[in-house]
Design a protein around this ligand. Structure first.
Ligand SMILES: C[S@@+](CC[C@H](N)C(=O)[O-])C[C@H]1O[C@@H](n2cnc3c(N)ncnc32)[C@H](O)[C@@H]1O
Ligand code: SF4
Length: 460
């Protein structure tokens, strides 16, 4: 089998697959959600809150700093959208086992607004009794009032972005407030309310020396939280970073060799810590505490997605909700009973099989057995060429019915995922963002190549 040498590390993979088309076919999809019989009811629910207190310079998510009246209008529109989906027979037949309130910053809303959304969700949608319900937010907004409201509404897991504890980097380069002392106090407060917490960290930030990254990892590992997500810095369109890096040349673009070094330092720091359960390329958990939402989406279950710019997967179709917050609210207000859909794609059987691989390889370990039950064909037959190439090249190994990433494969995980996609374009990025140089070519300041041995060959 031919060996595949990727020239550039892809900094980020597809967030959904296949990408929805840009054609507004609301009526078709709406009818589909009304009538379709549902053979595989397991589902997750994503709810997008597009507000932040301040805008971090690296972040390309769909979010803005908005006034109180806009937030209130959005909450009302969202509650209406929840009720509209709740009236669809397809949606009522789902078994929603994991929920994710993402953003933006859900806790940029008030306690009362959060509770109203959660009440609407619990009232209109078929949420399983023991569902995992996660809410994202910034550390400083997990105060007593909001935390109590979240718990009252059923939230049992929270997630916050730290990125780095270094005050200078945060203030100078990230447009973020606070340093280690305030953050650690905030995390203590979060722990007083919740027993299942994730923190996000980012490496390869401007000014983040080895010493600073080592201290970041030391601090985050001693917080006592249950879950860690560790990202490399990704250059995204429409961010302050993009303007600074690419347009104003204030910083050099991310350096790929450095990125891999810092990733390896993170592995060293985590080794021997209580985060023994590394279940995805970027997620670590204490035993038994991996995120059900991440796992279920990787297993290609249904995703009911609500809120501006969210991406879902229902009735065999990938779909996108209207991205502009204003247009989303206007649509809901002016079109009684219609769903605010923007793009949609009813996938072919081939695309559904590809989705199984692309979403599934977010995990370090892909179970091939359910594929046959679902599609009536063997994964290893359908993807014989791709699997063969990835194994021959040292990125994946096969152990019975399970495909695993090798240590080198972890580094190239997004390239490996792309290898299983068809040639129908990509939806690269977090929810609906675009990374600069999706294929890695223009993302990094230096072009590198990783040899099959795992060694880095710089400036190729
Ligand atoms: C929606 S935010 C988290 C919630 C909350 N707004 C916060 O900032 O704490 C999701 C996470 O994506 C990660 N992220 C966003 N933009 C990124 C980028 N350009 N490169 C790497 N990671 C990024 C950050 O770690 C961030 O915490
Ligand atoms: S990282 Fe979080 S707080 Fe910062 S802009 Fe993005 S969504 Fe908002």
């Amino acid at each position: 089998m031919e060996k595949v040498q990727f020239d550039h590390r892809e900094p980020i993979g597809s967030s959904t697959y296949p990408p929805p088309n840009d054609v507004p076919v609301r009526q078709i999809i709406s009818a589909l959600f009304n009538n379709a019989v549902n053979p595989l009811p397991k589902s997750t629910l994503y709810i997008h809150i597009p507000f932040c207190n301040e805008i971090c310079s690296f972040c390309g998510f769909n979010k803005a700093v908005s006034s109180e009246p806009v937030k209130e209008r959005y909450v009302n529109a969202l509650i209406e959208e929840i009720a509209r989906y709740g009236r669809k027979r397809y949606v009522q037949s789902l078994d929603i086992q994991a929920v994710y309130f993402g953003g933006g910053t859900p806790n940029a809303l008030s306690a009362d607004q959060l509770l109203r959304i959660l009440h609407a969700m619990n009232h209109h949608l078929p949420i399983a009794r023991d569902a995992e319900i996660t809410a994202e937010g910034i550390v400083q907004n997990f105060d007593d009032e909001r935390s109590e409201a979240l718990k009252e509404g059923g939230v049992n897991r929270i997630s916050a972005g730290i990125q780095t504890f270094d005050r200078k980097i945060r203030e100078t380069h990230l447009h973020m407030r606070n340093g280690a002392d305030e953050l650690l106090r905030g995390i203590e407060k979060m722990r007083s309310h919740f027993g299942n917490i994730n923190l996000d960290m980012i490496y390869n930030l401007p000014g983040q020396t080895d010493e600073i990254w080592a201290e970041d990892m030391r601090l985050v590992l001693q917080t006592g939280v249950q879950h860690l997500t560790v990202y490399p810095l990704v250059l995204l369109e429409n961010t302050i970073f993009y303007a600074d890096y690419v347009k104003n040349k204030k910083f050099a673009a991310p350096d790929e060799v450095r990125e891999i070094e810092m990733y390896r330092h993170a592995l060293d720091a985590i080794a021997g810590s209580p985060f023994t359960n590394r279940y995805s390329v970027r997620d670590w958990a204490k035993p038994g505490l991996d995120c059900r939402y991440i796992r279920m989406n990787a297993e290609s279950n249904h995703i009911l997605a609500l809120g501006a710019g969210s991406h879902g997967y229902l009735a065999g179709a990938t779909y996108r909700t209207i991205r502009s917050t204003v247009k989303y609210m206007e649509f809901i207000e002016q079109n009684p009973d219609e769903l605010p859909l923007d793009g949609v794609r009813l996938s072919t059987d081939q695309e559904r099989m590809q989705r199984y691989a692309v979403m599934g390889l977010r995990m370090r370990d892909l179970d091939l057995a359910p594929f046959e039950t679902r599609f009536g064909a063997r994964f290893l037959d359908v993807f014989e060429k791709q699997v063969g190439e990835m194994i021959a090249s040292g990125y994946l190994t096969l152990d019975g019915d399970r495909l695993h990433f090798t240590d080198m494969g972890d580094i190239w995980a997004n390239n490996v995922r792309t290898h299983f996609e068809g040639r129908i374009g990509k939806t690269v990025g977090y929810t609906d963002t675009v990374s600069i140089g999706e294929d890695g070519k223009t993302h990094y300041s230096k072009v590198t190549r990783i040899k099959a041995s795992g060694d880095v060959e710089a400036n190729v």
